[in-house]
Design a protein around this ligand. Structure first.
Ligand code: BES
Ligand code: MN
Ligand code: MN
Length: 459
């Protein structure tokens, strides 16, 4: 590996400069005014893959944002790895809290700061550069590689399932490799074998046919904001357990082995509490913090609106109020079932004098798979090449909707090798990617790719 190591040292500045270029493109998939920027990011990835030595680099259109494809398929007897990642990013608000502008990538205290630095442009970029290094130094790759880099992950990957189904042949592979998760600590990497899914919706509550003067009517009529607060307070018991009938119906309990494993990870509730600026943690009784965020479902109110929000006071009785809700789902919950149960709950707990409707939104499937496949085991060991420890196997609480689709559609192992950290501020101001993880991630991937062919054939 010394040849590769030397190459990485020699090329590091150029690689960092390139990543900064990608990070300077504001590819925010949720905002229509950035549609052109999203496409520019796709073009940048395509050109970068092409320059790295991949073939058939192309932008493939979907009804939404495009997918970038490229391949290198010159090892007839070796496995084919499908690398997935996303080049779209989350919105940047609240912008005033950024210490340097989100799309002017800046290095400070050994971190690269920019929106998308760690979720997921940085980690996806590492795959391109690791393979570029192998191709440049050795003139060939140890395995076949295809890329599927999408632009709609942060808005639920809504067109990707149908797109992959339509192009099954193009994306056929022996395994899928993804870097879009986090590590446990800077010295403790993780391979993720389970992710939570998602179910979204919105409560709309109405009382009178218009807002009313609180002097003329106050005391004699219902208030939509009061009614909404009353309704929302019925979703949980005081301990934090969800009280929607049937919510926990299909929930798979974690195995004793999983629970025992999580208990050895050295999670410290007190340090966790302090790091979040909290006076107390809050969650379902009977489960540890890691279990609460990895293997238990949630129902969260993400935002409420209604009534007067302007300067000063307004003596008004609001007639409309709404709340946005998302649930994190775990195996074997189905988003349709959960959303139906919430709709029933809303109807049943509609306060007197109010009409409450639940509008069902999008869903994303949870994921859980065995991790005994040699390609996954090798991934855990590969980290020890560049990190002080090999990786532990954990589930995580975030969602990557396409993972379950890959697993079902291609029926192949999915390897989730993360290089992000919880402190990287995914989706928040001052998102960053640790340059240690940039370097170690590249070395880990070079090592992994170079061993993969042999491991596969001796399996
Ligand atoms: N990369 C994250 C998911 C993630 C983060 C998994 C950390 C494991 C550990 C992904 O980009 C993400 O943010 N997903 C969204 C999906 C949603 C918008 C459909 C999420 O989890 O909220
Ligand atoms: Mn991501
Ligand atoms: Mn994300």
């Amino acid at each position: 590996m010394q040849d590769i190591e030397d190459y990485l040292v020699k090329e590091r500045d150029r690689q960092l400069q390139e990543l900064k270029q990608l990070l300077s493109i504001p590819s925010i998939s949720a905002l229509s005014e950035h549609r052109g920027d999203v496409r520019r990011a796709a073009e940048w990835i395509r050109d970068s893959l092409s320059r790295a030595g991949f073939h058939h680099a192309a932008i493939m259109d979907t009804p939404g944002h495009p997918v970038v494809y490229a391949d290198w398929l010159h090892r007839p007897n070796a496995p084919t790895v499908l690398v997935y990642g996303h080049y779209d990013v989350q919105p940047v608000d609240p912008i005033e809290l950024w210490e340097s502008p989100p799309f002017e990538p800046t290095v400070r205290d050994n971190h690269l700061y920019a929106r998308g630095a760690s979720d997921d442009k940085g980690p996806t970029f590492l795959h391109i550069k690791a393979l570029e290094a192998l191709l440049a130094v050795r003139g060939t790759l140890p395995v076949n590689v295809k890329f599927c880099i999408e632009g709609e992950e942060e808005v639920g990957s809504k067109h990707l399932d149908a797109f992959l189904d339509e192009h099954r042949d193009i994306f056929a592979a022996d395994m899928v490799l993804i870097s879009d998760t986090t590590m446990i600590r800077p010295d403790l990497p993780a391979i993720v074998y389970g992710l939570r899914g998602l179910a979204a919706g919105e409560v709309e509550l109405r009382t009178a046919s218009s807002d009313l003067h609180s002097g003329l009517y106050g005391g004699a009529v219902p208030n939509a904001v009061h009614a909404l607060v009353e309704l929302l307070s019925t979703f949980h018991d005081p301990d934090g357990r969800v009280t929607v009938d049937g919510f926990y119906d299909d929930v798979l309990e974690p195995s004793a082995e999983e629970r025992a494993g999580y208990a050895t990870l050295g999670h410290d509730d007190e340090a966790y509490r302090k790091s979040l600026g909290l006076t107390a943690l809050h969650g379902e009784p009977g489960y540890s913090t890691l279990e609460r965020v990895w293997v238990r479902p949630t129902l969260e109110i993400n935002g409420i609106s209604g009534g007067f929000q302007g300067e000063g006071t307004k003596t008004v009785i609001p007639s409309v109020a709404t709340a946005k809700i998302t649930c994190r789902l775990v195996p074997n919950q189905k988003s349709d079932h959960v959303l139906e149960r919430i709709a029933e709950h809303v109807k049943k707990h509609q306060p007197k004098g109010a009409v409450a409707i639940f509008h069902k939104g999008h869903g994303g499937k949870p994921y859980l798979a065995p991790y005994d496949h040699p390609a996954i085991q090798l991934a855990a060991e590969a980290y020890a090449y560049a990190y002080p420890n090999k990786a532990v196997f954990t589930r995580m609480g975030g969602s990557i909707p396409v993972v379950e689709t890959f697993s079902q559609l291609l029926k192949v192992p999915v390897v989730l090798m993360g290089f992000g950290l919880n402190e990287d501020r995914f989706h928040a101001p001052n998102e960053r990617f640790s340059l240690d993880n940039f370097d170690r991630g590249l070395r880990t991937l070079c090592y992994y790719y170079s061993q993969l062919g042999d491991t596969w054939s001796s399996r």
